[in-house]
Design a protein around this ligand. Structure first.
Ligand code: SAM
Ligand code: SF4
Ligand code: SF4
Length: 386
């Protein structure tokens, strides 16, 4: 497997522009935003992930390894960042094209000053059907205890919190920034009190590093208001030195938890999850596959981005911190939306280019992964927004 190790290099600067999109001419109607877009694989545009900062107070080994993201790393200068007004204008155009869910992410989104003001602005947007957007946030949780209520009051619906271990030694080795699990647990409590529900917890499993925390984490959150999800370690970006040997397949996670004690037995939670198919590794119905405890005390999820790909249902577009649009987490190039937002391009023309972008989309990296794993030009997760 050693030929599948990705070298540790920062190739962000090699990000080249992909095929340019042209606004339609004045006498053309372009593609009218009618809430329905479809790409070349007949996938709709439903979800927008907006990265509000490329900075983070953690240095998770699988995302922002300290040997790359150190004091010499050139994070984006402030004028490069989309302003809240620019983000909101973009979000309105996307909502007109069918986006009904927006996730704020990063880097660590709670590091962006006055984030609650952006949440307030986004919460006023309506879909073509007149409904508010589903507004959510993914955070490492370290600042959540302070900010949960403010975000809820501003209009945030719910949060996903990342937590890779309960054991402090292991958690600190994963975040490489000396944060304790108790900091995050306080954040989770605050989010629960504020009503930012349903609250999901993301645990990235890196084999040999935190896999011994799978059972303690499952046990801790069993019967709690939180839904724990296990994520397969992905080969996103070029910095994390990804190695297939460090991926623990979701089916092994399910087997491990189920076999750990009689009260930990899991069964599929809905008709999308079929136990035979999961174990045989050949279905890919949704991003997270849901499992519930046989004794009725809650559920967990698994996100099998490596072993059971879900590209064929992927309806996600990503807007980077500096306003580039990426049609896939594993893209090597984005479209510069910021220039459209800053150079006087009319809403109708931007809307038209969004439609062109989605119509042209053919990404399905995870399905093709085996042949592309060593491709060296992928964008870092902390930049594109996880
Ligand atoms: N900083 C926030 C956080 O950690 O929740 C938001 C951004 S982070 C990039 C979003 C999600 O991506 C987190 O749940 C994180 O665990 C996950 N992630 C980052 N690198 C990953 C990798 N190589 N494989 C799988 N998941 C990863
Ligand atoms: Fe920061 Fe989130 Fe990446 Fe960890 S996963 S380094 S918390 S952006
Ligand atoms: Fe979507 Fe790209 Fe991930 Fe496939 S690899 S699920 S197309 S983001």
């Amino acid at each position: 497997m050693s030929d599948r190790i990705i070298p540790i290099i920062d190739l962000r600067a090699l990000n080249t522009a992909s095929a340019p999109l042209a606004p339609s001419s004045n006498d053309s109607d372009g593609t009218k935003a009618n809430g329905v877009l479809s790409d070349t694989l007949h996938r709709p545009l439903h979800d927008l992930r907006i990265s509000v900062t490329d900075r983070c107070n953690f240095r998770c080994v699988y995302c922002m390894p300290r040997q790359i993201f150190n004091k010499n790393y050139a994070f984006l200068p402030h004028p490069s960042l989309l302003t809240f007004e620019e983000i909101t204008r973009a979000a309105k155009l996307f909502a007109a094209h069918g986006v009904h869910k927006i996730r704020l992410t990063g880097g660590e989104p709670l590091l962006r000053k006055d984030l609650h003001k952006l949440v307030g602005m986004l919460s006023n947007i309506r879909t073509p059907a007149g409904t508010p957007l589903d507004l959510t946030l993914t955070t490492n949780g370290a600042l959540l205890a302070k900010k949960a209520q403010l975000l809820k009051d501003a209009g945030l619906n719910r949060v996903t919190v990342s937590l890779d271990a309960l054991d402090d030694g292991i958690f600190k080795r994963m975040n490489d920034a000396n944060f304790s699990a108790s900091d995050i647990l306080h954040g989770l409590d605050a989010a629960h009190k504020a009503g930012l529900e349903p609250i999901k917890i993301n645990m990235v499993v890196k084999a040999g590093m935190n896999d011994q925390q799978i059972i303690p984490m499952a046990r801790h959150f069993k019967g709690s208001p939180f839904i724990l999800r296990f994520i397969e370690y992905m080969d996103v970006g070029n910095s994390n030195g990804w190695n297939l040997n460090e991926v623990m397949p979701s089916r092994d996670v399910i087997k491990l938890i189920s076999g750990s004690a009689p009260d930990m037995q899991l069964i599929p939670a809905d008709s999308n999850t079929d136990i035979a198919n999961i174990i045989n590794n050949n279905i890919n119905e949704a991003t997270a596959q849901r499992w519930k405890y046989r004794d009725g005390s809650g559920e967990i999820g698994v996100i099998s981005s490596v072993t059971q790909t879900f590209c064929h249902t992927c309806s996600r577009l990503r807007l980077s911190t500096e306003g580039k649009l990426y049609t896939c987490l594993f893209a090597s190039a984005g479209h510069d939306m910021r220039q459209w937002l800053r150079n006087g391009t009319a809403d109708e023309q931007i809307s038209d280019m969004i439609a062109q972008l989605w119509h042209q989309r053919s990404d399905r990296y995870s399905e093709l992964r085996s042949s592309q794993t060593t491709r060296p030009d992928k964008i870092e997760m902390s930049y594109i927004g996880g």
